[in-house]
Write a protein of this length. Structure first.
Length: 202
């Protein structure tokens, strides 16, 4: 007896359970290289700047940048750095994934140092996956006057902190350690996986 899974469009699309299992296995095999190809050859090159007003910052202007995924094209990176430098901000927050390929890390770091603002950042899963030492990113950020925040915080105003959490899937996020010294002061959380923030609220 053959079992079939029926959908509303069953008359157009009939596949047996065995067929669905084969498709699922193929999807699992093809997904990683497809994602890599998308990130390196298809992913959008558009830059969009969105302005968000947050109450209580007392005029402090912060630019947040994430998921650069430098692909080796210096023109793309230069365009991004120029766009950042054109913004009238007090500091830049980088929330992970500078590269996807560890071989491109040195070139990406050199471009990052051309940013003319303080840059504070956290690591993303691709930064860990690149096989490069986090200290390399930290040194590059310190050249801008900022630094890497790995489960730690920095005061950026009398009553305002930046709090950086380590990446969740490969790193070791530690909110208790990151918030040491912050107390009841206001703080802005930098974290590569924003979808997981709700689970950290307690």
């Amino acid at each position: 007896m053959m079992t079939q899974i029926r959908f509303p469009l069953a008359r157009f699309f009939r596949i047996s359970l065995k067929g669905w299992l084969i498709l699922a296995v193929c999807a699992c095999i093809l997904a990683p290289p497809a994602a890599w190809y998308y990130a390196h050859h298809i992913a959008t090159e558009r830059l969009r700047v969105r302005h968000v007003c947050i109450e209580g910052l007392d005029g402090l202007r912060i630019l947040q940048v994430s998921d650069i995924h430098y692909n080796g094209d210096p023109r793309r990176m230069n365009r991004l750095v120029r766009a950042i430098n054109r913004q009238e901000v007090d500091l830049v927050c980088f929330t992970g994934d500078l590269v996807s390929d560890g071989a491109l890390f040195p070139a990406a770091l050199a471009e990052l140092q051309a940013i003319r603002h303080l840059v504070y950042g956290v690591l993303g899963n691709h930064d860990y996956g690149s096989g490069r030492e986090p200290s390399q990113l930290d040194r590059a950020l310190r050249e801008t006057g900022g630094r890497l925040l790995k489960n730690e915080s920095v005061r950026i105003a009398p009553d305002l902190f930046l709090v950086g959490l380590d990446e969740a899937s490969i790193g070791d996020p530690d909110p208790t350690r990151a918030l040491q010294g912050v107390g009841d002061a206001r703080h802005i959380l930098l974290f590569h996986e924003p979808i997981m923030v709700e689970g950290l609220q307690d």
